[in-house]
Design a binder for this molecule. Sequence first.
Ligand SMILES: NC(=O)c1ccc[n+]([C@@H]2O[C@H](COP(=O)([O-])OP(=O)(O)OC[C@H]3O[C@@H](n4cnc5c(N)ncnc54)[C@H](OP(=O)(O)O)[C@@H]3O)[C@@H](O)[C@H]2O)c1
Length: 283
Amino acid sequence: MLLLNIFKYNKSMKKIIIITGASSGMGAEFARQLSVRKCEDGGKIDEIWIIARREDRLKELSAELTGGSGAFVPLIKPIAVDIGGRKGGEIIGGLLAKEAGGVVIDTLVNNAGFGTYGRFDSTDIKWQLDEIDLNVTSPTAITWAALPYMERGSRIINTASLAAFSAMGCFAIYAATKAYMLSFTLGLAAELHSKGVKVIALCPGPVDTEFSQVASEGVRNKVLHGKKPYAVVRHCLRSLEKGKKIAVMAPKWKFKAFLPRLFGRYFTAKVTMLTEKRPSKKD
Ligand SMILES: NC(=O)c1ccc[n+]([C@@H]2O[C@H](COP(=O)([O-])OP(=O)(O)OC[C@H]3O[C@@H](n4cnc5c(N)ncnc54)[C@H](OP(=O)(O)O)[C@@H]3O)[C@@H](O)[C@H]2O)c1
């Protein structure tokens, strides 16, 4: 039943890209780099839906991307909405169903997410459950809602993390949500391979975004030793073109992803807890 539009697709349908978590960091960078994308069939992207809660940021990004040289730019559509949990799928599914004339999703970027620094037992449980809702339930529901609008050549990018490869003390829920994202991505990639839909998990180490500010509730304002979002996103898009299923950019990150296999995940959970201090308000 899924991927029905493969059979219904016609050239007059709108081609769109959907990016969640696009008001800052890597999501905004995906919008910048994908706004110049040419489709596999040589066609152009008609619209990019940029999704997050902060409307002012989305409007700024939309103005930045459309205010350029006059060359063809897709319509950048800011959608200011909270997509946490199951409602994420209902919202995106509802917007897609409203598209008169039909729509094909060229690329879906499931990127919205956040972390919570600190011990599990001393961190507000509602906040941690919201983290699971946004990092796990929401991209799952959104992907399910989006699949019927995909065709051969469509792509799904799921932002996981280097944390996906290991369990982590004092970052326990976050690492667990990203392990889900990595596993979900690979399973989906296997299922969709024969349909010609490419799926990749982006697994970066530290990236210079607003991530730490949110995860530490303002205690730490900068991601330590963060790489530039531009480089991380560019590497991910190139890896996707090459048919890779996982994007891990830096050699140091590749080494770190390998360590849990060597020493076991409990060992790396303890080591990361003791050596990678993540400050929280409770400290
Ligand atoms: N930075 C890192 O070191 C790093 C490393 C590995 C993986 N990641 C992952 O990369 C992804 C992007 O994060 P980032 O580093 O770019 O951090 P960021 O700058 O904080 O971006 C997070 C994005 O998610 C959006 N978001 C948060 N809650 C939302 C909600 N309920 N509904 C809709 N949108 C929501 C935020 O926008 P609003 O606040 O406007 O809603 C923002 O656009 C996340 O999945 C994160 O886990 C980050």
